[in-house]
Write a protein that binds this ligand. Sequence first.
Ligand code: 6PG
Length: 255
Amino acid sequence: MSTGAREVLVHPDKDALAQAVADRLSTRLADAQAARGTASVVLTGGRNGNALLAALAASPEARERIDWSRLDVWWGDERFLPEGDPERNHAQAHEALLDAVPLDPARVHAMPPSDGHYAGDAEAAAEAYATELAAADGDPAVRVPAFDVLLLGVGPDTHVASLFPEHPALRETERTVVGVHGAPKPPPTRLTLTLPAIRSAEEVWLLAAGEDKADAVALALSGPGELQAPAAAAYGRSRTLWFLDEAAASRLPAR
Ligand SMILES: O=C(O)[C@H](O)[C@@H](O)[C@H](O)[C@H](O)COP(=O)(O)O
């Protein structure tokens, strides 16, 4: 487990959850920028990940805390689809927030699309992103920058990023990014950070809202094996936060 604490924070509903995480994320990134002059965040796809971005877009106070020109934006996973496909996490993040804030385009690190240079070759695309990660820190010994916050939506089967239960990608201990084939959540081909890359983050924040996540949350927080519940294997170097709404927390032991 991480050296830091794991905390479970429960909010009344998904809207309150999204607003609270947006507020906390903007403060955390602003603090990182105050301390180091820069910050980095890893985005996640899905409803909760995009709701968080939309909440940030809708909150001028939270949005304006961040110096967007000094923020590095990465992705934890991507659906391996053509550039511009509205189902890409990159496209959905731009629609929810990124098009509305003054980011430095050179610091927005999209995972490669399935057309273009790596047409149809998820492994080559994954390797290219791993190379981009390794180049980010400037220190050849560092293969993944120490992300300030790495966001993860939690699937109803406890998957995070595109790491699905019992899937080979979960067992990867060397590579930082891999291609995923036969994913149970469409589309079947994806790119994903691996557990070693996820665990390089300073803080890992997991998001789950809704009744359909209650069993996954209860399983993941019950101490299962990493192959059985990938969300349980996702933790940060100094802190791991679970952000839930009441519905997703409804099957946890009485708090
Ligand atoms: O590509 C994706 O779909 C996401 O990266 C995936 O990991 C998502 O975060 C979870 O499936 C939760 O999605 P929901 O928040 O929509 O339930």
